[in-house]
Structures are given as structure tokens and as C-alpha cells.
Design a protein around this ligand. Structure first.
Ligand code: ADP
Ligand code: MG
Length: 254
């Protein structure tokens, strides 16, 4: 298995630290002052109704969206500061989307090696070796020559996870990784994520899988209307929500 790139982050520095984050699209204020953090090695699950700002929050963390104000610190580095080497910070963050975002015209192996060679400057041989180790990790060692169109959704998502892992990220952000999957394919993807969590990967997971949040999450954050309404221990929050909005949401999804 590949070794994580050396990280210079001091122990105790949160992996992600978001302070008073605001983001509007035109007159639509989508994030209305978000404060939260993810510690190193922690798994934080973000839940909440559609349109509450979950994806926007995730995308602000690696500046796929430009925050309007507030602070986003990734391993202590302010990503909004124009002096920050954004590519260097982004290369520490693995991202997995609902729609997989694999390159359709490339084989699985090429999907896993192209950024390793380009961004990590690895030789082809080294990139292939790391890709194979990560395909093994997600249970798809026999698929390196396949094209995405010939894979199931669950397999595509596991390839997307293996691709992200091949870049040796310090943390992984998942945006509804199982929402586009047929129900019978969800379990394999969650299993891979569960293993990653048990290996100590720092993870932020937007999900509707309350079982996963309860079992794997160290913390659950409930968002509604651009604010964090409630956060806490998953078992506590999911079985005994304190706020009316959390109760209303959970009564619909549990
Ligand atoms: P969630 O992931 O919780 O469903 P989103 O963060 O995707 O919520 O969206 C929150 C709100 O922001 C929605 O009203 C959505 O229409 C709006 N929004 C998201 N992205 C954009 C964008 N690029 N341009 C304009 N509005 C957007
Ligand atoms: Mg979303």
C-alpha cells in the first residue's frame, strides 16, 4: 500500500477549521455563518435537507466555490489567503462526488494514474503500482483495464475512491457518494468508506445514510437553511435530537 505523503501539520491542529463562513449566489444567501471543525482522524457526517448548503460548504473547503467571508483553514493553512498555494492544499484533499466524475474515455488504470503522474510527478511505473494497491483496497483489482461504461455505479464509485486515494490525501470529502446508486450497490461503497475510517482517514461525509452516520461517524452535523442547527455525537443526535428542525428532518428520513 502507498504511504501517505509526509505532512508537516502539528498534532492537534484541526484538519478542517471553518469560521463564520458566508456564501451567497446573487441574493440567495446559502451559507449564513458556518462554524465547525474536523479533527485529524475524525469522521464527520453532514446531514440535512436538499438545498440546505451541504455541497456548497464542502466545495468551499477546497475553494471550488469562492467564500464571501469567513475563514477556512485546512491543516492550519488559510485557503482564502491569496498568498496560499491553493494547488498544494488541494492536493491534500481527496474529493468524491455523487456522480463519480470518472473520465469516460480512459480505462480504470488511466483514470487512476493520470493525475498521479501530472500532479504528483510520479513515473508511470510508480503510478501503476500505487493504482493497483488502491484498486485492491476497494475490491476491484480485476478491473484495471475496464472502461467506466462497463462498470456498475457501485464499481465506478469505488474506482473514484481509489483514484482519490492514489493521490495520498490527508483527508477525504464525500458528497453524497451513494445517492446515485441502486440500493443493492450502496453497501459495497459504504464498506470501503468504513474501512478507510477504521484506518484513521480524516473524513467529511455528506450523506443520507443514517446507519453509516450512526455507526462510523464520530460527529454528526445537521444543516438547514444555511446554518448548522445542531451537532453532536451521532447516537445522541440521531436518537434524541434537541431542535425541532432536526426532529422534523429525522422523522422524514429515519
Ligand atoms: P445541498 O447540497 O444541501 O442540497 P447546495 O449547497 O447544493 O445544497 O445548494 C444550496 C443552495 O445554493 C440551493 O438553493 C442551490 O440552488 C444554490 N446553489 C448551489 N450552487 C449554486 C450555483 N453554482 N449557482 C447558483 N446557486 C447555487
Ligand atoms: Mg448537495
Amino acid at each position: 500500500m502507498s504511504q501517505p505523503a509526509a505532512s508537516t501539520t502539528r498534532p492537534g491542529t484541526p484538519a478542517i477549521d471553518v469560521r463564520d463562513l458566508h456564501k451567497s449566489f446573487g441574493s440567495n444567501e446559502v451559507l449564513k455563518g458556518i462554524d465547525f471543525h474536523v479533527d485529524q482522524g475524525e469522521v464527520v457526517c453532514v446531514i440535512g435537507p436538499s438545498g440546505s448548503g451541504k455541497s456548497t460548504l464542502l466545495r468551499c473547503i477546497n475553494r471550488l466555490e469562492e467564500p464571501d467571508s469567513g475563514q477556512v483553514l485546512v491543516e492550519g493553512i488559510d485557503i482564502i489567503d491569496p498568498e496560499t498555494d491553493l494547488d498544494a492544499v488541494r492536493s491534500r484533499i481527496g474529493m468524491v462526488f455523487q456522480q463519480f466524475n470518472l473520465f469516460p474515455h480512459m480505462s480504470v488504470m488511466r483514470n487512476l494514474t493520470v493525475a498521479q503522474m501530472k500532479v504528483r510527478k510520479r513515473s508511470k511505473g510508480e503510478a501503476v503500482k500505487i493504482a493497483r494497491a488502491n484498486l485492491e483496497r476497494v475490491g476491484l483489482a480485476d478491473k484495471e483495464d475496464a472502461y467506466p461504461a462497463h462498470l456498475s455505479g457501485g464499481q465506478m464509485q469505488r474506482v473514484a475512491i481509489a483514484r482519490a486515494l492514489s493521490m495520498d490525501p490527508d483527508m477525504m470529502l464525500f458528497d453524497e457518494p451513494t445517492s446515485a446508486l441502486d440500493p443493492e450497490l450502496v453497501g459495497d461503497v459504504l464498506e470501503v468508506m468504513k474501512t478507510l475510517a477504521s484506518e484513521g482517514m480524516t473524513m467529511m461525509v455528506v450523506t443520507h445514510e443514517m446507519g453509516f452516520a450512526r455507526e462510523v461517524g464520530d460527529k454528526v452535523v445537521f444543516m438547514d437553511g444555511g446554518v448548522i442547527v445542531e451537532e453532536g455525537d451521532p447516537r445522541e443526535l440521531l436518537s434524541n435530537p434537541q431542535h425541532e428542525r432536526t426532529q422534523a428532518f429525522l422523522s422524514k428520513v429515519l
